[in-house]
Design a protein around this ligand. Sequence first.
Ligand SMILES: Cc1cc2nc3c(=O)[nH]c(=O)nc-3n(C[C@H](O)[C@H](O)[C@H](O)COP(=O)(O)OP(=O)(O)OC[C@H]3O[C@@H](n4cnc5c(N)ncnc54)[C@H](O)[C@@H]3O)c2cc1C
Length: 557
Amino acid sequence: MTNQQQPKSNADFDAIVIGAGFSGMYTLHSLRDKLGLNVTLFEAGNGVGGTWYWNRYPGARCDSDSYIYCYTFDKNLLQEWNWSERYPEQDEILRYLEHCAERFELKPDIQFGKRVVAITFDDETTLWTVRTDKGDTVTSRYVIAAVGSLSTANVPPFKGLGSFKGKWYHTSQWPHEGVDFTAKRVGVIGTGATAVQAIPEIAQQAKHLTVFQRTPNFCVPARNGKVDPEISKARKADYNGVRERIKNSFFGFELNFIPKSVLQTTPEEREKEFDRMWDDGGFGFWLANYQDMFFSKEANDVIADYLKRKIRATVNDPVVAEKLVPKTYPYGTKRQPLDTNYFETFNKKNVLLVDASTDGPIEEITPNGIRAGGKEYPLDIIVIATGFDALTGPLKNLGIKGRGGKALTDEWKDGPLTYLGLLAAGFPNLFMITGPQSPSVLSNMPVSIEQHVEWITECIRYMREHKLTTIEATPQAQEQWVAHVAEIAGATLMPQANSWYMGANISGKSRQFLPYLCPEGVGGYRKKCAEIAERGYEGFMFDGVSRTETTESRAAE
Ligand SMILES: Cc1cc2nc3c(=O)[nH]c(=O)nc-3n(C[C@H](O)[C@H](O)[C@H](O)COP(=O)(O)OP(=O)(O)OC[C@H]3O[C@@H](n4cnc5c(N)ncnc54)[C@H](O)[C@@H]3O)c2cc1C
C-alpha cells in the first residue's frame, strides 16, 4: 500500500501499551506526553510496578545498585528521589514506581486488572484489535508489548501438587498480606537468584527449612547497606555523567572489564583483584572481571576456583559444601545471584539441603510434603522459586495473530524471530520492549528499557511525520539478526549452561540463547539501533514496502 492509499485511522486508540512496569509506564508517558498520542494501557495486576508489584517474597530486592536502578530520563526525578539502601527492598522500589505514576499522572490512562488475551492484526484496516479477559475489544494503530522478560511464572508440572494439604506459593505470585513461617516446616524448591535472596530470610523464621536444589549456583556477596548521604549527594551532582556512562557501558552499569586475560596474571596479582571485587560486592565480580572470563574455559576455571574456595570455606559440613559447589557449567553463564548469608544459612541446625544429583530429584509432591530420592520430607508450606518462562513466555501468552492470521506462537515454535528484538516480520506496528534478541536481561534493565522506549517513540514520530502507516522487519533483516545473535552467543561460554537464558528451564522450550550479547555492549547496541534509524530504518518495511523501495518510488513520483 502506498502513502496515498493510507486508511484514515478510525481506531479507538493510537497506541495500546501492555504492562505497567518500568517499561510500560515510561512508554505511556513518552507516547502520550511527548507525541500527544491517544494511549491506553492494560495491566493484569491491580497496581503499577510490574516485577515489583508481583515479587513480594521475603528478601526480594534488586541486585542493581539503586542509584542506577531507576529512570534517568527526568533530571528532576533523579534529584528528588532518595534511595535508602544500596539494594532497596521490593516495597521501596514499588513506592518509587508508585511515585512515578503519580508524578507523571499515568493512572488515569491505565486499566488495571485486565489481562490481554488476544491481539489480532486486520490486513484491511491495518489496525490491531486487542481483547482482554474482562471482555474489552478495542482497536489501535500501534501496540507496545511492555510485558516484561521475567513475568510469566514457571511452575513446573510437579506430580501431586494439587494433593498437597499445606499451602504452596510461587515467589512471583506472593500474597500481598505476606506469609507467616513461624513454627512451620518449609520447603523451598530452587536455588536461583530469587531463592538465594529468600532462603536466609525464611530460615530465620521457620521451624525447619528444607532446600531442594537441582543445580548449585555461584554466589557473590551483595554487601547491602544504607546509602551514604555524601555519596548520594555526589552522584546527584554528577547524574549527567552517570547517565552517559551507563548508556555507553557494556552492561548498563558503571562497570568495565579488566582489560587483560586472567591467564596473563600471577596468582598473587589476580587473588588481589578477586579479593577487591569480592569485598566490593555486587555485580562487579560477574560483569567487570578479567575480559576473557566469558570466552575461555581455562580463564573461567581460574575465576570459578576462587568462588568454589569461598563456598568450601564458609560451609562447615564438607559434604554439604560439596553439594553447593557448582561443577557442571562455567561461572557467569547463569544469572548471578547476590547473597547475604546464603551459604552461612546451610550451617544452621534447622536447614537441610536435598540435592537432586546426590540425594535424588523431586519425584512427587505428596499430601504431606515432597518425595525426593525415595524419601518423603514432611512440610507445611512449599515455596516454589523456579523462576520464569523468560523473554518469550509473556509474548507468546498474548495470543498474537499478525498478517494473514499468522500466530506468533507458530512463527516462534523453534525460537523467537525478531529484528533487533524490537519488531518482527509479519507483525506490523507491534513493538517489543526488551524483547528476546535485545540486550534486555543481560543489562541493568532500566537502561535498556529507556533506550527501547525512546527508539520506539522516535520511530512513531518519524512515521507520523512521513505519513507512514505500518512498520515491520523485513524477513531478510530478521533472518540475519537471528543468525547474528546466535553467532555471538556461540563464541562465548554462555550456551554451556542449562540456564533460563538458554530456555533450558522450561521443558520443551527450544534451546537457544535468548538475549543479545552485543560485542560492543549496550552502548554499541544503542548506536546500532540509532544508525539503522538514521539510515531511514534500514532492514524495516514501511507500509509493506522496504524503506529503500519507498524512497525510490517517491523519487519516481
Ligand atoms: C526478583 C527480581 C529481581 C530483579 N532484579 C533486577 C535487578 O536488580 N536489576 C535489573 O536490571 N533487573 C532486575 N530484574 C528484572 C526486572 O524484571 C526488570 O528490571 C524490570 O522491572 C522490568 O520491567 P518491565 O516493565 O519491562 O517488566 P515487568 O516489571 O515484568 O512488568 C511487566 C508487566 O506486564 C504485565 N503483563 C504481562 N502480560 C500481560 C498481559 N497479557 N496483559 C496485561 N498485562 C500483562 C505484568 O503483569 C507486569 O506487571 C529483576 C526481576 C525479578 C523477578
